[in-house]
Design a binder for this molecule. Structure first.
Ligand SMILES: [Zn+2]
Length: 107
């Protein structure tokens, strides 16, 4: 298991970034593909906004872009009337073990 997955299991979304050129590296890599320095980690603040969403059966799914510029697909069913551009907060869920999912709520 990678550090990233291990942290997700604890509910922490870690952002891989390069401290030298200051770019977020996604997907996470040990070496920055831009300046070839060793990358580092920081915890995401878990805030973002909805880019788009759709409904499947009774569940709303949304494509979210978190503040660090990474896009994830999450369950946004707890938001009664989702809107494009809406500010949200993301959390990591293991309700459907062994796979994780992202739960998105009103910010
Ligand atoms: Zn770099």
């Amino acid at each position: 298991m990678t550090f990233f997955e291990e942290q997700l299991r604890q509910g922490v979304f870690q952002i891989c970034y390069c401290g030298k050129c200051n770019n977020v590296i996604w997907p996470p890599k040990e070496i920055c593909h831009i300046c070839h320095s060793r990358t580092d980690w920081k915890k995401s603040r878990n805030f973002g906004k909805i880019l788009e969403f759709s409904k499947k059966e009774s569940t709303y799914f949304g494509l979210i872009e978190i503040d660090e510029g990474i896009r994830v697909l999450g369950d946004i069913s707890s938001i009664s009337i989702p809107e494009i551009g809406q500010s949200v907060r993301m959390s990591v869920s293991f309700n459907s073990k062994p796979h994780y999912s992202f739960i998105v709520e009103n910010n």
